[in-house]
Design a protein around this ligand. Structure first.
Ligand SMILES: [Zn+2]
Length: 113
C-alpha cells in the first residue's frame, strides 16, 4: 500500500525561512519507505478514529492527553498514526463504540414500534 502522506516517494519536501530553503526529510508516516505495512495503516486508521472521537467529545488535545497521562505532543503523534494507541485509549474507544452500537440498536427498535 502506497503511503498516503508522501505518495510513495518516501520523503517530504518542505520549505523553510529564511529564503525558502528546500528541506527534504524522510516521511515520518512510512519511515521513508514509501509504502505502508498493514500495522502502520491500522495505526493511521485508529489514530483518525480516536481524533474523531475526541473532537465529538469537544475535548482539546491538551485535555484528552491529560486524561490519558500523555503529553499533547505524544497524543498528536498518536492521532497522526505515528504511534499506536495506548491501552487506555483503545479501551475508551471500544467502550464508546459499544455504547454507539447500543444506541443505534435502540433507535432501530424504537422505529419498529
Ligand atoms: Zn510516506
Amino acid at each position: 500500500m502506497i503511503c498516503p502522506d508522501c505518495e510513495g516517494k518516501g520523503q517530504i519536501i518542505s520549505y523553510a525561512c529564511p529564503g525558502f530553503r528546500r528541506i527534504v526529510s524522510p516521511c515520518r508516516l512510512c519511515n521513508g519507505v514509501g509504502t505502508m505495512t498493514p500495522e502502520a495503516l491500522a495505526a493511521v486508521a485508529s489514530g483518525e478514529a480516536f481524533r474523531a472521537y475526541r473532537v465529538a467529545q469537544s475535548l482539546s488535545q491538551r485535555q484528552m492527553a491529560a486524561a490519558h497521562n500523555l503529553s499533547p505532543q505524544v497524543l498528536s503523534k498518536i492521532e497522526a498514526g505515528l504511534l499506536p494507541l495506548t491501552e487506555s485509549m483503545r479501551r475508551e474507544l471500544s467502550q464508546q463504540r459499544v455504547a454507539a452500537a447500543a444506541l443505534e440498536a435502540l433507535a432501530k427498535d424504537l422505529q419498529k414500534e
